[in-house]
Design a binder for this molecule. Structure first.
Ligand code: NAD
Length: 441
């Protein structure tokens, strides 16, 4: 039986500051890490652009009988470590540069986590709030038909992102299976468990965020039982992060979503809040907290600040207010370069997005493995394997941070780029870490 797509998955514009172009930001970070590793510029040339970007038009028959044409994209940044992998975003502000940047971040996440994947990402320019359930299903199926030539379990494996969810993955899976004429569960991840989804995938990104926060707390000697946190965003990632922090005894004093904020200095009761959000689609009017001005969230004196909503939130305007000891980037690209510079100056420990939120792609990898084997794991097994991989990746990045005396973001880029460069070398694209390539003829 079909389930309704939750309204809470439908949100406002992603890019708060139109002047911040994520594609330019990620290119500049890549360039710096290529230099820090002493690699030739050839490596940057190989990484600066996605290997392919597809733009598609998706004609959808609307409920009133007319046809509307939607624009969608799919970007493959790299397939050097394995098939491209990355989510699909439905949002009115999706644009080609955002999709390219998101696919580049996916390459880095997979490299940091040691997953056999390259980077991919897709998006459709649409405000899903304006579609009926039937139109949304037709759009989801139409997008898969349009990008079919470049996807598949050995080429590119999509997954959910902002405003897409397991139900949409289920429709997409069904469309792909119909086109192929047989079941191909490993073509998409984040799908409902009954059609090959993995146990623990819905919780995976938030669980991974909390594993990295716990690792950071150990390094910084912050006892979790007496720690305080604030969270921006209460969708999939924000709500799961809140759930697992709460279970560890962390007091979450403030949470915001697109409609407003709530505050309770004694700590918000997260299980009751999740129930309230399931019923009302927002944290606003939660009886166990007072209402709160969302603009004040970043200035709260907390141990952990978790942006789990949008890009470009920590900027030259908001970063000076931040008092947190740790900023855990659950969202992709929440910090602008200027915001980052200020966080560094203030000595705030940042767990960068490409490490912090990589629990999602890790369990997507487990889902793909289970689909390919046709043998499924219990949730405990998934969670144990996720924890091992997250802690290992955190340690790798932290070691690099200490060895090279760079911040955690720079360290994460160096680890990711270093692994991709190693693969370029193994495949013969670059000769030596410092030598220019010479064709042996
Ligand atoms: P979602 O659509 O489930 O939730 C987004 C949340 O952000 C909602 O609660 C919404 O109300 C809130 N929000 C929107 N605008 C806001 C604002 N101005 N102020 C405060 N809150 C606001 O999306 P999601 O899947 O939770 O993704 C959130 C972020 O995490 C995105 O950057 C996404 O790319 C990233 N991410 C998601 C996954 C995943 O598995 N879903 C994995 C890795 C990274």
């Amino acid at each position: 039986m079909m389930k309704e797509v939750p309204e809470s998955k439908v949100e406002a514009p992603i890019t708060a500051n139109a002047n911040e172009n994520p594609y330019e930001i990620v290119k500049s970070l890549l360039k710096n890490s290529v230099e820090a590793l002493g690699l030739t510029e050839d490596v940057y040339r190989l990484l600066e652009k996605p290997i392919r970007v597809l733009e598609v038009s998706i004609p959808v028959r609307m409920d009133d009988g007319t046809i509307k044409n939607f624009t969608g994209y799919r970007s493959h940044h790299s397939d050097i470590l394995g098939p491209a992998k990355g989510g699909i975003r439905f949002h009115p502000e999706v644009n080609i540069d955002e999709v390219k940047a998101l696919s580049m971040w996916m390459s880095l996440k997979s490299a940091i986590l040691g997953l056999p994947f390259g980077g991919g990402k897709g998006g459709v320019i649409v405000d899903p709030r304006e579609l009926s359930k039937c139109e949304l299903e037709n759009l989801s199926r139409g997008y898969i038909r349009a990008i079919t030539p470049i996807i598949g379990p050995e080429k590119d494996i999509p997954a959910p992102d902002v405003n897409t969810n397991p139900q949409i993955m289920g429709w997409m899976l069904d469309e792909y299976d119909r086109l192929r004429g047989y079941n191909v569960p490993g073509f998409i991840t984040g799908k409902p468990i009954i059609v090959g989804g993995s146990q623990g995938r819905v919780e995976a990104t938030g669980r991974g965020v909390v594993i990295s926060i716990a690792e950071a707390a150990k390094k910084l000697n912050i006892p979790l039982e007496s720690a305080i946190a604030a969270i921006q965003g209460f969708g999939n990632v924000g709500s799961m992060t809140a759930k697992f922090l709460h279970e560890l005894g962390v007091k979450i004093i403030a949470i915001t979503d697109v409609k407003g904020g709530i505050y309770n200095e004694n700590g918000i009761d997260i299980p009751s809040l999740r129930q309230h959000v399931a019923e009302t689609k927002s944290v606003v009017d939660f009886p166990g907290a007072e209402s709160f001005d969302s603009d004040k969230l970043f200035g709260l004196p907390v141990d952990f600040l978790v942006p789990a909503a949008l890009e470009n939130q920590i900027t030259e305007k908001t970063a000076p207010q931040i008092q947190a000891k740790v900023v855990a980037e659950a969202a992709n690209g929440p910090t602008t370069p200027e915001g980052d510079r200020i966080l560094n100056e203030k000595g705030i420990f940042v767990i960068p997005d490409i490490l912090c939120n990589s629990g999602g792609v890790t369990v997507s990898y487990f889902e793909w493995v289970q689909n390919n084997m046709g043998y499924y794991w219990k949730e405990e097994e998934v969670n144990t394997k996720l924890e091992e991989k997250m802690i290992y990746a955190f340690e790798d990045v932290h070691k690099m941070h200490e060895e090279k005396q760079v911040n955690m973001r720079e360290a994460a880029y160096i680890v990711g780029v270093g692994r991709i460069a190693e693969a370029f070398q193994a495949r013969g694209w670059i000769n030596d870490w410092s030598m220019p390539f010479k064709c042996k003829a």
